[in-house]
Design a protein around this ligand. Structure first.
Ligand code: SF4
Length: 159
């Protein structure tokens, strides 16, 4: 169905506002798996201050829009992580932080470790390193903000 002129005008005004608010209020799930989680904690401490970019961790997946996977995922953990992802409302994104989340890391050939979180949930941003420093994590969040900006551009103008 083609959009009416009024709807197009409203969308043109509201879409940039919606996009701006979406990318500047990111709520990652506060879920630490392994050693990379210590860098996640450091990135929110006063020295790096992730909150200045609108990044505020929440403890319930129902209140989150980013799943930050920050360690090796065992086959036992995989269904629970998948459930956490499914409990998050749309729109939502996934960040794979560190070699373990990306590929299994030092345990890539273990039968109990999953070879990358993207084998069972879609990943938007990859942050390499063992561990990635807090600066790298913040850079990953900024890249996610760019991705949100690009994906919301003209989103409502096409229907
Ligand atoms: S990537 Fe390195 S620092 Fe991060 S969880 Fe794996 S072993 Fe630990």
């Amino acid at each position: 169905m083609r959009a009416t002129g009024v709807k197009r005008a409203v969308d043109k005004i509201t879409t940039p506002i919606w996009s701006w608010s979406l990318r500047n209020s990111i709520f990652p799930l506060h879920f630490g798996i392994a050693c990379c989680a210590l860098e996640m904690a450091a990135s929110s401490a006063p020295r790096w201050d992730a909150e200045r970019f609108g990044i505020v961790y929440r403890s319930s997946p129902r209140q989150c829009d980013v799943l930050l996977v920050n360690g090796w995922v065992t086959t036992k953990l995989r269904p629970d992580l998948r459930r956490l992802y499914e409990q998050m409302p749309e729109p939502k994104w996934v960040i794979a932080m560190g070699e373990c989340a990306i590929s299994g890391g030092p345990w890539y050939d273990s039968h109990t470790v999953v070879q990358g979180v993207d084998t069972f949930i879609p990943v938007d941003i990859y942050i390499p390193g063992c561990p990635p420093r807090p600066e790298a994590l913040l850079d990953g969040f900024l890249k996610l903000q760019d991705k949100i900006r690009a994906s919301t551009k003209g989103r409502f103008l096409e229907d």
